[in-house]
Design a protein around this ligand. Structure first.
Ligand code: AMP
Ligand code: MG
Length: 338
């Protein structure tokens, strides 16, 4: 078993040396903690898949410090990629582009495209610069579990499996990056995140929303982001999402829940559930806070005895689309509309 070191900011150079030597480092970003390795080294990348228990066909995103690194790993880059980078990088946006042959099959899960992102976190940027490599970094959770938004979450899943975790405090966005595929005729949203659909539309015009964002894939259906087909974000207890206005959903949950259930609700309704284990998500009208709290709330139930979880969720405006997508996936799309 590897001894996992918890590093602070002064440990950046050590973390960079680990990456250069083919090791694994937990990396704070503004979205969630990533599990970083040299994205050009198939053996290092293979260790990521092993540590997470990640299916081999689920590609990794390459993290770079600035947009002019795109040319090194991508070809036929459309102007739209640079417009998006100008507007949103560093930030929670991944662009999918045709890859060059120096990006290993291991990294892209065999696809001829690659996801590229420039994260908006000083420690992530400093680490990538110091390693002088594109850092492949999926979310740092065990596959299927909620993504980590603190170094402690990441230790829960990865202690003894990876070389180090760089502690950068809690993540400011809290849900993973928005992924937009620029290899399609019309840009396609593969995963909603911190950069909203409305923001993308302002820069790109028309954007197609991939069906995997809003509904369960049928058997045989292949989403464009391979990761979207897997069960994800799920706590041990089954989750039911109640969709509708906050008042109606709170009332529905109040009328249907048992004392031994867990509740994810907006702050305004927490007093309704005095017998249950409650994880408040934030105020009903504070989507940013809800995004930041979501994965911690989902993880917290695994330290309790709750046997079922009920969740209120916001509507799909702005980052609400990303919150709803993660909650619906955590629930296996078990949704009740009220
Ligand atoms: P994670 O790094 O855990 O946030 O997962 C990365 C997500 O990006 C997964 O859903 C992948 O399927 C998706 N992804 C990465 N690279 C590509 C690509 N080249 N084309 C489509 N989806 C991708
Ligand atoms: Mg992930």
């Amino acid at each position: 078993m590897i001894k996992t070191a918890l590093l602070q900011e002064e440990g950046i150079l050590e973390a960079a040396r680990i990456i250069q030597a083919g090791g694994l480092v937990g990396m704070p970003t503004e979205t969630v903690y990533g599990l970083g390795a040299n994205g050009l080294d198939p053996a290092a990348v293979a260790r990521i898949f092993e540590a997470k228990g990640r299916p081999q066909d689920n590609p990794l995103i390459l993290h770079i410090p600035q947009a002019d690194w795109l040319e090194r790993y991508c070809r036929n880059i459309p102007k739209a990629a640079y417009r998006l980078a100008e507007e949103f990088w560093p930030g929670p946006l991944t662009v999918v582009l045709p890859r060059r042959s120096n990006v290993p099959n291991r990294t892209t899960g065999g696809l001829d495209t690659v996801g590229m992102r420039c994260p908006n976190h000083p420690l992530a940027l400093a680490l990538i610069q110091a390693a002088d490599l594109p850092v492949a970094a999926p979310s740092g959770n065990t596959s299927g579990k909620p993504s980590p938004t603190t170094a402690r979450h990441m230790l829960e899943d990865m202690d003894g499996k990876i070389d180090a975790i760089l502690d950068g405090g809690p993540c400011s966005v809290g849900v993973e990056s928005t992924i937009v595929d620029l290899t399609c005729h019309i840009p396609r949203l593969l995963r909603p995140g911190g950069v909203t659909l409305e923001q993308l539309q302002r820069v790109l015009g028309e954007v197609v929303v991939d069906p995997a964002v809003t509904r369960l894939m049928k058997s045989g259906e292949k989403p464009k982001a391979p990761g979207m087909k897997y069960r994800h974000y799920a706590p041990k207890a089954p989750v039911t999402v109640i969709a509708g206005t906050p008042r109606k959903t709170a009332r529905y949950i109040f009328e249907h829940c048992s004392p031994e259930d867990g509740i994810i609700c907006f702050d305004e309704f927490r007093d309704l559930f005095s017998a249950q284990v409650v994880e408040p998500l934030g105020s009903a009208n504070n989507l940013e806070e809800q995004a930041r709290r979501l994965f911690d709330a989902l993880r917290a139930f695994d330290h309790t005895e709750v046997t079922a979880i009920w969740a209120q969720c916001p509507d799909c405006k702005g980052i609400g689309l990303a919150i709803t997508n993660r909650l619906n996936k955590a629930a296996g799309f078990h949704i009740v509309e009220v």
